[in-house]
Write a protein that binds this ligand. Sequence first.
Ligand SMILES: Cc1ncc(COP(=O)(O)O)c(C=O)c1O
Length: 488
Amino acid sequence: MPDLPESPPTGDLESEEFRRAGHAVIDWIADYIAHPERLRVQPDAEPGALLDKLPGEAPVHPSPYGEILADFERTIVPHVMHWNHPGFMGYFSAGGSSPGVLAETLIAALNNIGLMWSSSPALTELEERTLQWLGKLLGLPLSWFGMIHGTASTASLHAMIAAREFAASAARKAGSALDLNRLVIYTSEHAHSSVEKTTAALGLGWEACRKIEVDERYAMKPDALREAIASDLRNGFAPIAIVATVGTTGCTAVDPVPAIADIAAEHALWLHIDAAYAGASAMLPEMRHHFEGCERADSFVVNPHKWMFVPMDLTAFYTARPEYLRDALSLVPEYLRSREYSRTVNYMEYAIPLGRRFRALKLWYVLRSLGAERIADTLREHIRLARLLAGWVDASPGFERMAPTDFSLVCLRFRPAGASEEETDAANERLLHAINETGEFFLSHTKLRGRYTIRVAIGNLRTTEEHVRRLWELLQGLAADAESAGRR
Ligand SMILES: Cc1ncc(COP(=O)(O)O)c(C=O)c1O
């Protein structure tokens, strides 16, 4: 044994200081989580205001933890949007949870980098097991291969990489080759922008993403899809994939997956399902009908960081045909080979990034701590609250609902008496900003049928009926102000 000092002084000091600083951070987080309403949801901040407060040069000398935390609270927090606030109802509400915070802390402490299995066996095997749990909870086929990505956008890009490989393999078997300039994919005009980005990222060009018309419920029209494929085939294009959405970003529309799956099967196209937000609700038996046909897909994406209380970032990606991803992306350099290699899952072979975070730990922690039953009950409550608000909107002559409320999103529009469509758009924009300026709530908007639409996305663990009642009161009150401001 080498001679070691009896007690390494710096190590001890460091660990004592860390312990004190760690307790202070946890105390700060506990207060923050217990009383999110003490803060405005949306910061009252002008662009560049924080930049102006931060020094232009990196710190040269160390600062004590206490000083850093005080600066965090004084300088940074006033510029933060509080996604954990129960009044955060913008975009898709993506609040985390306290078990998620603890898990993120442990993830940082372990600081594992998953390459192949042996770089951290726990990282790989916990990912395998938690994704099996999640897949079962959502009713997905048990045989599907699951892996974690940071975002749904990245997962959908991987789905399209697999789709291209699938088509290339079919072409090879037929003795031909793919012409990359002729490849096209199909999705609805309401699909998330990440779908469109996949063709740009793959070098197929933006126009290779064909946007199919939607019906009055904003769902993809299968006949229009069929026609688009036929027209492309006539013109020498090579269709490779269809991306259907269950729960579109704008208004949570559900594409008719069974009919789309038939078309995909007819043309041997890869079918990818984007259920980034709504996928979590497949946990509820009463919501399963929205996912009919998804079991026929080649790949499926859902974001537990959207509506399952797992902190950003955790996307669950499933595929029935992992071999195509592996064929497209596997490259195992000598320095990453290990004795057990052939007996284990090595996620690096199925994705562009080599190193992976230990994200599965937060899925495990949240599922262990909340339990599937509490998660399901909370989703059910969010759906109930959305329907409650939808009912009030429908009963109010001054407002209209712009889309079906199938999940926990309500799309609404204020209708000032006698106003033109353009004046109504402007009044709704003023109303949205007035709500956000109160600091009590944060809402966002979209355009449906070309008209400005306010979106109320309910999805935070702490949002209650009281919050939704208060929001409705504010919407009605501030709508009158927005109307009179328009007349001035
Ligand atoms: C339907 C849908 N797909 C994909 C995404 C993109 O998610 P991410 O930010 O994880 O890439 C979103 C984001 O809201 C979404 O609503």
